[in-house]
Design a protein around this ligand. Structure first.
Ligand code: FE2
Length: 242
């Protein structure tokens, strides 16, 4: 394959609103790094805490980044989203914010990039997902490989049966290839349980955009049709309805 094509559905690219990019110039550099690796579409997904503390600032910074992205010397599409953190204690509150729109879904769809504590227990996760689904939202579980307890028993099958989708971080496949996280990410791909790739890029000096090695792994280990769906097809179909 000459070059990859990817939609990055998980990126902390809006400057100055969370622990992601500091400045719009840093965001532009990160977008360039992503483009070189094959990314053509990005979902800007700040942590939900940013929308809770100052939503006007987040949207103002998103609009600024969108304007600047349109003037870059390469073509990159940008959509708005959010990485929504759910804890059992504030589940109702977060669902209310989703309902009112204070916390946004992915590009105004019913899909919600859903994050739990890495220490989440499977019964807690199943309980929260059940409540999220009751409200009609469709969770896309962010960096699924980071929740060890969800790999016990048939938990992930139950989560998929509840109508959820799974995202993995591309760098998880290459960072520490012999590590447990890479093992879990690779297993999810081999079982075709992953629907989306993300970078979860934060800053130039902390988790910079790093998807190329993950894309290489994807295309070397999975059949081309499934790899295309994970890299860009599912996001086009589900998150960018025309
Ligand atoms: Fe993230």
């Amino acid at each position: 394959m000459d070059s990859y094509r990817m939609t990055d559905i998980h990126m902390h690219i809006i400057p100055g609103v969370d622990d992601g990019s500091f400045t719009v110039e840093m965001s532009e550099t990160m977008l360039m790094m992503s483009w070189i690796q094959g990314v053509r579409t990005v979902f800007a997904t700040p942590h939900s805490s940013a929308f809770l503390s100052d939503p006007d600032l987040v949207w103002e910074q998103y609009r600024l980044l969108k304007e600047r992205t349109e003037r870059l010397p390469f073509s990159m599409r940008l959509y708005a989203g959010c990485e929504v953190r759910f804890e059992p204690r504030d589940l109702d509150e977060i669902l209310t914010h989703l309902r009112t729109g204070r916390i946004p879904s992915m590009n105004h769809t019913r899909y919600v990039l859903t994050e739990f504590s890495t220490r989440v227990l499977r019964q807690e996760a199943l309980g929260m997902i059940s409540e999220i689904r009751k409200e009609g939202w469709i969770p896309i579980l962010a960096h699924t490989e980071r929740y060890p307890d969800l790999f016990a028993e048939d938990t992930l099958d139950r989560i998929l049966d509840m109508g959820c989708y799974l995202q993995i971080n591309a760098y998880s496949l290459s960072d520490d290839p012999e590590g447990e996280t890479a093992g879990r990410a690779g297993r999810l791909l081999s079982e075709k349980k992953v629907s989306f790739f993300g970078s979860d890029a934060h800053r130039l000096n902390h988790r910079p955009p790093d998807v190329e090695k993950g894309l290489k792994y994807l295309y070397e280990h999975c059949e081309a049709g499934y790899a295309d769906a994970v890299a860009f097809g599912n996001s086009k179909k589900l998150l960018m309805p025309s």
